[in-house]
Design a protein around this ligand. Sequence first.
Ligand code: PMV
Length: 319
Amino acid sequence: MTVATAQAHPNIALVKYWGKADTAANLPATGSLSMTLDIFPTTTTVRTTDDHADRVVLNGVERDGTVRERVVRFLDHVRGLAGRDDRAEVVSWNTVPSAAGLASSASGFAALAQAASEAYGLHLDTRALSRLARRGSGSAARSIIPRFAVWHAGDDERSFAEPVEAPAIEMVIATVDAGEKAVSSREAMKRTALTSPFYPAWITSTAQTLESALEACRAGDLDRLGRITETNALRMHAVIQGSDPSIRYLTPVSWSIFDAVARLRAEGLRAWATADAGPNVCVICPPEDTAVVAERIGALAEVVVARPGPGSASREPAA
Ligand code: PMV
């Protein structure tokens, strides 16, 4: 019996991942760019056992059904790499307050990748760990990396995340609705690729957008990176809305936050909005503008401030 514990944080994409090139290996159709947060870590312990079945306990509740199946499939892959077939108990604590409405699959699978690979005796470097996390949830590949990460499109060998330098930014996260989303990102991605007439344009433009975003990062050009971030998010929501049946994640309150961010810019502040597959809105800004942005957006929704955070890391197992 071996045991390992690891911790990882959520990340928010500045250039989004939306579409797969391969579902089995979870390869993205385009690369993406993200900021790993310093808040809401997931801490996961994996203990190999002599039992006949894997056990999955999330936030103190034993899970079955699709949640468990997803974890078991992931463990099967780790066991395949390790040449082992003993089962495991996975105990995971996710500190995202349910009110924050942030997706936990990125931090969850990043922490699971690190803890499971260690418990099964694999010695993976950062690249291999990022490739492994990718199989659980695409965006988890980026939560392995501290601060800012680019996740490359490519085949299984080449599709990993690695660090990039970026201008100093902080993020004001506005919770519009903390509930479960109506359509999962997995299902919505599939529907977008199959039915949205804008999907081919989204793929070609996002590949170019990522190049421009990386150039802006290299140049330390926050204004350019900010514009790219907001435009890319709105393009993602446009391609999603173009699906049949249509899917809309942004609500009137989400739009009011995009409007408020535009007003802040008109007043001379530097702030840009983005949103994942849900109604919550994240606003990036330079650290000197965070307090004002948080105050203004805080009038429309509950807000929390995040800074660039650590990559995944091993922890001492809890007793
Ligand atoms: O990692 P997944 O399968 O939950 O997909 C994440 C999709 C977005 O959050 C909308 C975009 C992104 O790049 O994180």
